[in-house]
Design a protein around this ligand. Structure first.
Ligand code: ATP
Ligand code: MG
Length: 561
């Protein structure tokens, strides 16, 4: 059997192969960034189907974003060909939707039910006022469901109907979940219902990249996997294939104080002795920082530059002449408001950029923080509690801006003019509000083929990789993020550190960290200090970039693999 399987598993290393070919039963793969989780996951599914006779239609692979699901689907297609079609690959929402479609009547839905759009939901909320059940009723009267219904209705159905549970357990006998550290309570319940505790559930993830607690994800489900699922097998992957050795070393040191993984190891598979150190740029100001990013990009993509800088236009074919293209570069930041200066400087230099749009409520500064505060208030919180929380927050955010410079006037939260309406909008519909924030569709908005520098928040960058990464704004108060009048709790600092870790580990070949000495925040120009997160990294891993133009990488061929 082993010999038959080796062909398919040839492209895996020894531990990846152990994970991919592990027998059935609960399996937890604890794997750090860049260790090939997706590769291992897809190879496991392919191996089970192609070599062990598992029927593809018995397999269910779940991820969190449509983009990730699309990637899984593509890789499975290329490994398995046509039969991959029969594997169910989707997000939690799409799996819930599939179950709901098959059981709409039992769930009390009519023949023409569909998902409510945002305005329909808002209207129902407005009419229902404080009454949570009234809200659901209004939607049902119109044969509508909302996003969290897509998961909670199937959970309710399954909970009440053991025969239905049996039906799905028979149908999907092999379940695979990527990024398991990010499951929230309802998603977890759905999984528990779909998989018996000794079922063939394969969960893969990295507790040190758990960065979504503000929207209800709880890493405890990952950490207690072996209590929930009997005789669970544990496989660790520790070889990082993504990043150069200095980047891996810096990242490992950065996460050490908050690591949730006992005996965390991350060993670089790439050992190029010429690999550049991590560039560290202490900028005088935000403008200087943006300028540094532009100069460095211009320096790296080389010849395209002067003409295009002069004309303000870039011919993408001229970039392609080198091995590095704009889409290989990402600029990452903690809050969206930081992107303005970078976008402006890059655009002025004629460098194309792509950035997810952020005009939705959940993307606006402070909304996530408010969501977290509300969540802390408890699931049973009533309108009064919500309003109280809003009042407290209003006082806390008495400063004219929440988050510094570059905020458009409509983004400025003086906390009376925005928090109260927000509290009203939330009403007693807190779970739905949180779910709205939770859909996390932002990553989907990036087009990986676009020939443009990628601008992303650290949250949106999760799971992605780029040859060149700039992590800007590495300053105390910004990363970790601190709000006026508040000091983050230790668990919040830990989550911020994990975000920093996620950021560092997106880089393949070149990583730059920068911090500005002055920044406009909370209504005034402030002196900023570098983030303490940088202090735990050996100074020998940094190349300090001065106020001169940063040095050009020795070898312009940045793609080392
Ligand atoms: P993250 O935690 O950041 O999501 P990950 O564990 O999902 O990371 P992948 O994105 O799957 O990591 O893999 C990282 C990179 O390493 C990819 O470019 C992948 O192709 C490469 N890689 C993974 N395994 C191997 C291997 N055995 N040999 C060569 N390259 C590999
Ligand atoms: Mg991944």
């Amino acid at each position: 059997m082993e010999e038959v399987g080796t062909g398919l598993l040839d492209r895996l290393d020894a531990m990846q192969r152990v994970a991919a070919s592990a027998p059935g039963g609960p399996l937890l793969i604890v794997a750090g960034p860049g260790t090939g989780k997706t590769r291992t996951l897809t190879h496991r599914i392919a191996y089970l189907c192609a070599e062990l006779g598992v029927f593809p239609h018995r397999c269910l692979a779940i991820t969190f974003t449509r983009r990730a699901a699309g990637e899984l689907r593509e890789r499975l297609d290329s490994l398995l060909g046509d039969v991959a079609e029969d594997i169910t690959v989707g997000t939690f929402h799409s799996v819930g939707l599939a179950i709901l479609k098959e059981n709409a009547k039992a769930a009390g839905l009519g023949a023409n039910w569909r998902i409510a759009d945002e305005s329909e939901r808002a209207e129902a909320r407005e009419q229902a006022g404080d009454d949570d059940h009234a809200y659901a009723k209004l939607l049902r009267q119109q044969d509508l469901v909302d996003l969290d219904d897509l998961i909670s209705l199937p959970v309710a159905l399954l909970r009440d109907d053991p025969a239905l549970v049996e039906k799905y357990r028979k149908h999907w006998q092999w379940i695979f979940v990527d990024e398991y550290q990010d499951v929230d309570e309802t998603q977890y319940e759905l999984l528990r219902l779909l998989s018996p505790s000794d079922g063939n559930l394969c969960a893969i993830g990295d507790p040190d990249q758990a960065i979504y607690s503000f929207r209800g994800a709880d890493v405890k489900y990952f950490l207690r996997f072996n209590e929930d699922f009997v005789d669970a097998r544990l496989v660790r992957l520790t070889r990082n294939y993504r990043s150069s050795a200095p980047i891996v070393a810096a990242a490992v040191q950065a996460i050490a104080p908050s690591s949730l993984v006992n005996g965390r190891r991350l060993d670089p598979a790439r050992l190029d002795p010429e690999a550049p150190l991590v560039g560290r740029y202490p900028a005088a100001s935000v403008a200087d920082e943006a300028d540094f990013v532009v100069r460095t990009i211009d320096d790296m993509v080389g010849g395209l530059s002067h003409r295009s800088l002069d004309s303000g236009r870039v011919d993408s074919r001229s970039i392609a002449a080198g091995n590095l293209s704009f889409s290989d570069i990402a600029v990452l930041y903690r809050t969206d408001s930081q992107s303005g200066a970078i976008v402006e400087a890059l655009s002025r230099a004629g460098v194309p950029v792509q950035k997810r749009s952020h005009n939705r409520l959940r993307d606006r500064p402070g909304v996530q923080l408010i969501a977290r505060e509300l969540r802390h208030a408890g699931a049973g919180a009533l309108v009064t509690r919500v309003k109280q929380t809003a009042e407290q927050l209003a006082q806390r955010f008495a400063a004219p801006t929440l988050d510094g410079e570059q905020l458009a006037p409509e983004d400025i939260w003086t906390a009376a003019d925005l928090l109260r309406p927000l509290a009203e909008r939330i009403g007693d519909d807190m779970p739905r509000f949180l779910q709205e924030i939770a859909t996390g569709a932002e990553v989907d908005a990036l087009d990986p083929r676009a020939e443009a520098v990628n601008l992303l928040t650290l949250h949106a960058a999760k799971g992605l990789e780029f040859p060149v990464v700039f992590l800007v704004g590495c300053e105390d108060g910004l990363l970790p993020l601190r709000w006026p009048g508040g000091s983050p709790e230790p668990d919040e600092i830990a989550e911020e550190r994990r975000l920093f870790f996620v950021g560092l580990t997106r880089a393949q070949d070149r990583l730059y960290v920068s911090h500005a000495a002055r920044r406009f925040r909370h209504g005034s120009e402030r002196e900023q200090s570098p983030t303490p997160f940088l202090d735990v990294i050996d100074s020998g891993l940094f190349e300090r970039l001065g106020d001169t133009v940063p040095s050009r990488p020795k070898d312009r061929q940045l793609r080392l693999l």
